[in-house]
Write a protein that binds this ligand. Structure first.
Ligand code: ATP
Ligand code: MG
Length: 769
């Protein structure tokens, strides 16, 4: 047996991989190879003869699972790797739930409600109960339901829980318990599970059906969990039950990276691992292989400020590296511009590709300004989260059709498309239909199947339209097991009129809707082809749906062209690494989030989040803060984040202006007047012209934030105003030249390609006469 791959591990990693006798916990700081240990351990188990189908590996994202699988396939062969049970908790257990659904009263084609469906259902219930939605805020109610489910509190248990009832009264939402009950009933009626149900129902399945539990206990001979610090109670218990007999379990995690408590993650799961598994062995990894010494030391100095933590040693033997560059800017627009400029510099220094670079932010809403700046400079980027492909209206419409075809009881899907494209079934009719279904405690679909029996109060014309809609869906539904996913989806979009509806005009919006629908069909086609290539006998629509409904933020990247800058929230960046990382918006009221500064506990979680951000960087890290930010229609002044000064200043390269007063970084008020005046005067002349970047040379100096090392040139080798030709960007006009760190640089307007800042020694420019 060839175990030479173990030589790619250090001693501690190797011991963790080779220990397979019982439960083990690998607890270690960022970048120390925890995920690598899991990957190699799986390969090790396989090489030792374990069947792939008896290994269960749970990751935080599907992307992480895919990458791990690819790596393992390279070590043990693709055929073996294919049969591993590997994925997120949600995807693995939804697969198990599908095959066991009937045991807990669902059909195997049950729908998975996404967060928007859950919210819409909450909204409907709050409205039906005639409650004030300013008090019973939808998002809040939804998060209470999610909390209950993740802690395995069913509606009955909720009623019996004096603390929860009291908390609801205090929050002035005493009917929360009723909403929760109705919510669960409605999901059941619709044969739908929300995300949290996938964990709750798995627990119910295992609790109520010991034989089923036993089956999976025997099936999974080894269980591995990545990012264990972010598991919640429901996840903890599933794993605990499955590993109960043999305790062949290995979990890896870092308490310093626990950042999901708002979703019910419980850091205690990792802290009490040793008491949950009596004979557990703990392995510690100390060497960070990801980042430079500066980044590792900076991150250590930051996390050291948290009182709650398991003290760990993390060191790097990589090069010292450059200090973390702190960029101070006047506005959020300038922040975008400076970041884009720095990215161009990195790209044209030829050492970095765009795909080596990430921009991380605290909230999704910060992405827009960044995107705009990148677009203007012609920098390609991909964005995770926000309005991803599957969240677009036209895509949700088509998916809703497919959902209804696979599960006609799906009420949210039905509501979405019963009158789309318009077929004369108005809101009043839909409301009557839903009311009637509630009155008889059946699904809306059931009512449609026999409107007379259920006394649906509609006139003959409306009844006819409803009947037509029903028979259209019926025809599709009959084909779900005979047609493959692509053929069926194709007829659905045609017959339902969705295609015709997106072809109404030639406006850019309409064109983009058409393209999106085509893109979706293409994705379904690819899905079928992959299934076929894997030798699976069928590729049906319900299988496709269960796959797409579980995509996470990191999975919705459909682009083939990979060389792009990545934009994402810090939360989504967990587990990833990039050569250069820009952490933007490091300001008070933003990072830490204003909602998380009430208690030390919340602040510590925000600090951990910043720790996660810093430790994504391999070579270069930039932190930026703006002194003013446009928010909710007005400009707000902001202070630098308190977290910046948590980093030992020897690892920072502070902006020149802040240097003499570093000790007072939070003591902004004194300077505020001067800053404000500078800021106001910067607006007295137009900074941005349409489709272009700042053009004033003076301005360029100012916003460079490194006034010391960047000066405009009067007599550069290319005169301002000259026309030049570039191999990639074509013909452009030189706006300005300057010297940066001794190198001559030109800002050139390449028209549609945007304005680029190019270092002349790298850019091969031809000056045109
Ligand atoms: N022994 C090793 N030799 C060479 N490279 C290694 C070694 N161990 C880990 N690495 C590399 O270091 C980087 C970080 O490893 P990995 O992602 O497994 O760390 P992690 O502990 O899971 O990090 P995080 O806490 O961010 O999830 C990866 O690029 C990995 O390939
Ligand atoms: Mg990892």
């Amino acid at each position: 047996m060839d175990l030479s791959f173990l030589n790619e591990l250090n001693e501690s990693q190797r011991s963790a991989v080779e220990y397979t006798e019982g439960a083990s916990l690998v607890i270690a700081g960022a970048g120390s190879g925890k995920t690598r240990v899991l990957t190699y351990k799986i390969a090790y188990l396989l090489k030792n003869g374990m069947a792939p189908s008896s290994i269960l590996a749970l990751t935080f994202t599907n992307k992480a699972a895919r990458e791990m699988k690819e790596r393992i396939a390279a070590m043990v062969g693709e055929k073996t790797a294919r049969y591993l049970w590997m994925g997120t908790f949600h995807s693995v257990f939804s697969r198990i739930l599908r095959s066991e659904a009937e045991r807990i009263g669902y059909s195997k084609n049950f729908t998975i409600y996404d967060s928007a469906d859950s919210k819409s259902l909450v909204k409907t219930i709050v409205k039906e109960l005639k409650l004030d939605d300013k008090v019973y805020k939808h998002g809040f109610v939804q998060s209470r339901i999610s909390y209950a489910k993740n802690n395995l509190i069913t509606p009955d248990a909720y009623l019996a829980n004096a603390d929860l009832i009291k908390a609801d009264v205090t929050s002035r939402i005493p009917l929360m318990k009723d909403i929760y009950q109705i919510y669960c009933n409605r999901c059941k009626q619709a044969d739908a599970m929300d995300f949290d149900d996938l964990l709750l129902q798995t627990n119910i399945l295992f609790r109520n059906h010991p034989d089923t539990l036993q089956k999976y206990q025997q099936l999974f001979g080894y269980i591995l969990v990545d990012e264990y610090q972010d598991t919640n109670f429901a996840q903890y218990l599933i794993v605990k039950k499955l590993a109960e007999q043999h305790e062949k379990i290995c979990v890896v995690g870092d308490d310093a990276q626990s950042i999901y408590s708002f979703r019910g993650a419980n850091i205690d799961n990792i802290l009490k691992f040793k008491s949950s598994y009596k004979n557990a062995r703990v392995f510690k990894l100390e060497q960070n292989y990801r980042s430079t010494q500066t980044i590792v030391n900076a991150a250590n100095s930051l996390i050291d400020k948290n009182a709650q933590q398991i003290r760990k040693t993390v060191f790097s033997e990589k090069e010292t590296g450059k200090p973390i560059k702190v960029l101070s800017v006047f506005t959020d627009f300038e922040e975008g511009f400076i970041v884009a400029n720095n990215i161009s510099d990195l790209r044209f220094s030829d050492k970095y590709h765009y795909q080596d670079i990430a921009i991380l932010y605290r909230t999704n809403s910060q992405s827009r300004v960044m995107e705009e700046a990148l677009r203007k400079q012609g920098i390609p980027y991909r964005i995770y989260g926000g309005l991803s492909f599957y969240q677009r209206k036209e895509i949700k419409d088509v998916i809703a059709y497919c959902r209804l075809v696979c599960n006609p009881n799906d009420e949210e899907a039905l509501k979405r498309i019963i009158n789309y494209p318009a077929r004369g079934i108005g809101d009043t009719t839909v409301n009557k239909l839903i009311e009637c279904s509630q009155l008889h405690a059946v699904s809306a679909w059931e009512v449609l199947s026999d409107m007379l029996k259920y006394n649906l109060p509609v006139n003959a014309g409306t009844a006819n339209k409803l009947a037509q809609f029903r028979s259209m869906i019926d025809v599709f539904a009959e084909q779900i097991t005979t047609q493959n996913a692509y053929d069926l989806a194709n007829s659905v979009v045609k017959v339902s009129g969705v295609i015709a509806d997106t072809y109404t005009d030639h406006s850019p919006e309409s064109m983009s809707r058409q393209e999106n629908v085509q893109e979706l069909l293409k994705a379904i086609h690819e899905f079928c082809e992959t299934k076929q290539a894997n030798g699976e006998p069928t590729a049906l629509l319900p299988d496709f749906l269960s796959e797409v409904s579980l995509l996470t933020d990191q999975d919705t990247d459909k682009e083939t062209d990979k060389d792009k800058v990545t934009l994402m929230t810090v939360h989504a960046a967990k587990g990833l690494e990039f050569k250069a990382v820009f952490i933007v918006g490091m300001e008070e009221e933003l990072f830490p989030s204003p909602f998380c500064t009430q208690s030390e506990r919340e602040l510590e979680e925000e600090r951990r989040l910043f720790y996660v951000a810093l430790t994504r960087a391999e070579e270069l890290c930039y932190i930026s803060y703006a002194k003013s930010r446009f928010k909710n229609g007005k400009t707000n002044f902001s202070n630098p984040s308190r977290f910046i000064k948590d980093i030992d200043e020897q690892y920072l390269d502070m902006p020149a202006e802040a240097k003499p007063k570093q000790a007072r970084i939070n003591d902004w008020d004194d300077d505020m007047e001067t800053e404000r005046n500078r800021f106001k005067s910067s607006f007295s002349k137009p900074i941005f012209k349409e489709n272009s970047l700042p053009v004033s040379p003076k301005r360029m100096v100012k916003i460079s934030n490194s006034a010391g090392d960047k000066v405009p040139t009067e007599n550069g080798s290319i005169p301002t105003g000259a026309f030049v030709k570039h191999g990639i960007f074509g013909i452009g006009k030189v706006l300005e030249t300057s010297i940066v760190n001794g190198n001559e640089k030109a800002d050139i307007d390449f028209g549609e390609k945007g304005v680029k800042s190019l270092l002349l020694k790298f850019a091969k420019l031809e000056v045109l006469e």
